[in-house]
Design a protein around this ligand. Structure first.
Ligand code: GAP
Length: 468
């Protein structure tokens, strides 16, 4: 992270340039819900695409699925989410706001404690309500799954949950995928989709929200090989962020302590990023052992074991799960790409996103709105549109239009000027170096394609080194 990046600057840029808006803003917004605007939707699509390409397209051992958000309620009993997907909460006895016990505990630990000769309460509950200072209740468990009812009758029997992870849609389809894909273990099944969690303390913009998008891979392996596959995926996933431009010094790995492992996990590493609020989880890579398939076999009565033709054994596979958030990745990419620079004694804000992630790859800018320039500029734009996400802008002075493109991270601007009418050439201006070259208009597409690093804009070494 650049030392001068704050969350306020990122939120402001996102609003100003059409990346992310508060949800239902004209009604005053809805806590922790955000809408992606024209630039944000492209950035998010590019993040998903980069993940899918690395996880599914470029490999022959992973296939994809897209499963439903609402599932049979027994799925969540089997998975342990009904019993264990809980956070201990304390409630303020005065204002009745609820807080995560862990959060109050951290705050209380930071405050100087009064010495008591014979303490009567455990130290953590010396904390008071952060809002009004009132006394707090003892912690109670609160389930984080959103509940609804399927059909017209609101009764216990018709209870459904909005999925809190996409992983379970994969586990319940393991048998279907093995039978239809004719693939052998190790086999991965990947999914990108919405998840919902009734988080007690959402916040930090899109870092923790109640509705978010997961990118999850369940990688099924032979028991006994799980340790080495966990190491493999931890490295793969760390390298993915680096390859897409996140500076190594802003990333680190952290292994979970025994007491912090999720109910299904045998081991787990977090890839952490140095967000403005400090080091925080970007992605988790867990060894889920045979927990999920064993539980679903037990609750559904189906045999979910796998016959290994090579070793002639039947076993329940172990699962390695790299689980990332699309929105949290978007936030990390935005923060890491954000720069403020002085150019000709003027401050410019620039998003140095990898071209693979940039919402627009190129912007076509006529020097002015002069009626002689417009037809040629429009022609150039139409020529580039089928190949690249391209923007056309003739709204203000050329300097302001360059600044706007810098702020949304457009790697190249193509300027059409009066000389273009004579020599049929245009100027390509590069976002980071500000270098300008003139090229024949008919070669624009191939020049840009070469500079962007090929189809579909894989990370080119040029961009990778420039980011350092
Ligand atoms: N299936 C395992 C699982 O869901 P997790 O650590 O709870 O593991 C994985 O979540 C990733 O999903 C996190 O590292 C984060 O990127 C993202 N994530 C989780 N909860 C989130 C929330 N409330 N808002 C935004 N992203 C979230």
């Amino acid at each position: 992270m650049s030392s001068n990046v704050t969350m306020e600057k990122i939120v402001s840029l996102c609003k100003r340039r059409g990346f992310i808006f508060p949800s239902s803003e004209i009604y005053g917004g809805l806590s922790s819900c955000w809408d992606y605007g024209p630039m944000g939707v492209e950035l998010k699509r590019n993040v998903r695409h980069a993940w899918w390409k690395a996880i599914v397209q470029d490999r022959d051992d992973v296939v994809g699925v897209d499963t439903s958000i609402m599932m049979h309620p027994n799925v969540w009993k089997a998975s342990g989410h009904v019993d264990s997907f809980t956070d201990p909460l304390v409630e303020c006895k005065s204002c009745h706001l609820r807080w995560r016990a862990e959060e109050i505990e951290n705050q209380a630990m930071k405050q100087p404690q009064k010495e008591e000769a014979h303490p009567t309460t455990p130290p953590i509950w010396r904390g008071t309500c952060p809002k009004c200072g009132g006394d707090l209740t003892e912690p109670r468990l609160f389930n984080l799954m959103f509940k609804s009812f399927m059909g017209p009758v609101e009764e216990e029997a018709s209870t459904v949950y909005l999925r809190p992870e996409t992983a379970q849609g994969i586990f319940v389809n393991f048998e279907n995928v093995v039978n239809t894909s004719r693939k052998k273990l190790p086999l991965g099944i990947a999914q990108i989709g919405k998840s919902f969690r009734n988080e007690i303390t959402p916040g930090n913009f899109i870092f923790r929200t109640r509705e978010f998008e997961h990118m999850e891979l369940e990688y099924f392996v032979k028991p006994g090989t799980d340790g080495q596959w966990l190491d493999y995926w931890v490295k793969e996933r760390f390298d993915w962020y680096v390859k897409l431009g996140i500076r190594k010094e802003n990333l680190r790995l952290r292994q979970h302590g025994k007491g912090e492992l999720a109910h299904y996990a045998k081991d787990c590493y977090d890839v952490e990023y140095l967000f403005p609020m400090g080091w925080s989880e970007l992605e988790g890579i867990a060894n889920r052992s045979d927990y999920d398939l064993t539980q679903h076999a037990k609750y559904s009565g189906r045999d979910l074991s796998y016959y290994d033709g090579q070793s002639r054994e039947r076993y329940i596979p172990y699962v390695i799960e790299p689980s990332a958030g699309v929105d949290r990745s978007v936030l990390a990419f935005l923060i890491d790409a954000y720069r403020e620079e002085m150019v000709e004694e003027e401050k410019r804000v620039v998003l140095q996103l990898q071209p693979a992630l940039a919402p627009m790859k190129v912007a076509v800018l006529p020097l002015s709105r002069n009626e002689k320039l417009t037809p040629l500029a429009k022609k150039v734009y139409q020529q580039l549109c089928p190949s690249f996400m391209a923007d056309y802008d003739d709204s203000q002075g050329i300097g302001r239009r360059y600044r706007r493109q810098d702020e949304i991270g457009t790697p190249f601007c193509v300027t059409v000027d009066f000389q273009s009418l004579e020599d049929h050439q245009a100027t390509i201006r590069e976002r980071d170096s500000l270098a300008q070259i003139r090229v024949p208009i008919e070669t624009l597409e191939e020049t840009l394609r070469a500079k962007l690093g090929g189809e579909p804009f894989d990370v080119s070494p040029l961009w990778a080194t420039r980011q350092k």
